[in-house]
Ligand binder design. Sequence first.
Ligand code: PRP
Ligand code: URA
Length: 215
Amino acid sequence: MGQPHPEFPGVVIFDHPLIQHKLTHLRDKSTSHRPFRALVAQIAGLMVFEATRSFPVQEIEIETPLERMRGQHLAAKITVVPVLRAGLGMAEGVLEVMPEAREGHLGLARDEETLQPVVYLKKLPKDLDAGPVLLVDPMLATGGSAVEAMKILRAAGAKDLRFLCIVASPEGVARLKQAEPEITIYAAAVDRGLNHKGYIVPGLGDAGDRLYGTV
Ligand code: PRP
Ligand code: URA
């Protein structure tokens, strides 16, 4: 479903028609918060199949109504960490398809003047090293929030870390790859760039505001 991006190493891009169709409606300024929220969750739910492809599994023995057999089940504790606010919309879609995952929370708000992230909430499981961690945030703009979030997750013990966003900028990708060279970034689009206010263009606007109708 996802492909290595032809221009950005370490980025897996989702050129699947279903995801691109949903992304177009997400970008459309006439899409109100209710369908916006549903689209964010649906895109994240589709992306998670690719992002979890290499998750460890183990065989267990079960009994069907007909006979005993060995089947696979997820071997590790999985944690989804949304960056508040907008990441919550993606976490909803991820948990819909992977309800066994735990959810940690990081509250980060970007200062609109300095564009620096300000951390206001950290609630994470203690044993983050017990399995893969999926960091989710729809927007990778300057990259400041994602780099800060990863720093917090690393300090809390996360080892197998993946980042899922919906729209990325080339600047954000470069900054995150510089801070975390081994990280795989899953994105539905890498857009043209950033405007003078640090917004992704063409982008989709302020994801948190559009998600919660606080525009
Ligand atoms: C948005 C977005 C990211 C951040 C990206 O959140 O959800 O967290 O901006 O920008 P950056 O890459 O330049 O750091 P915002 O700070 O607007 O908070 P919100 O989700 O509460 O609206
Ligand atoms: N945050 C958003 O929500 N959108 C952008 O384009 C940049 C940062």
